[in-house]
Design a protein around this ligand. Structure first.
Ligand SMILES: O=C(CO)[C@H](O)[C@H](O)COP(=O)(O)O
Length: 156
């Protein structure tokens, strides 16, 4: 799978670790930075990475900052991106099964390496539930909100 990755300084080390592991697993990683632990502004890296997901240049995105919410906040402003902050594998499972998220956001300051790998592994392997009406309906309702309020990337 082609995966866009991004982080700020607080997520840099975990991003690097996850990137190495994803590449070993056979995935192609498009790394949008940052490239050190030097203090930086998250949106400079997450915004272009989220655009790559929105434009379908990458199938999924995995963004790492200090606690995760900042990356999700930025990414969810982009049409076609559904970003979820996950702090454990159960969250990661539901973020795919119930909401069909295409971006995973994790916090390098709060999630240890072992749990982070498990979160990514579960999130990568879990498919959305498509045979239960309520989940399909809910995903469609969120898509309708995007259609109404977000600009399609072809219109920008
Ligand atoms: O977690 C974050 C956003 O979700 C950021 O990593 C955090 O806000 C960065 O703060 P600082 O510059 O003080 O390290």
């Amino acid at each position: 799978m082609k995966i866009a990755m991004a982080s700020d300084h607080a997520g840099y080390e975990l991003k690097e670790e996850l990137k190495k592991w994803l590449e070993q697993e056979g995935h192609e990683v498009l790394d949008f930075g940052t490239n050190s632990t030097e203090s930086c502004d998250l949106s400079d890296f997450v915004y272009p990475a989220a655009l790559a997901v929105g434009k379908k240049e990458a199938e999924r995105g995995i963004f790492v900052d200090g606690v995760g919410y900042g990356s999700a906040l930025i990414a969810n402003r982009i049409y076609g991106v559904t970003a979820a902050v996950c702090q454990d594998p159960f969250c990661a499972k539901l973020a795919r099964q119930h909401t069909d998220s295409n971006v995973l956001c994790i916090g390098g300051k709060i999630i240890g390496s072992g749990i982070a790998h498990e979160i990514v592994s579960v999130w990568m392997q879990t498919e959305p539930i498509t045979d239960v009406d309520k989940y399909v309906r809910r995903v469609k309702k969120v898509e309708a909100i995007s259609e109404k309020h977000l600009k399609k990337l072809t219109e920008i």
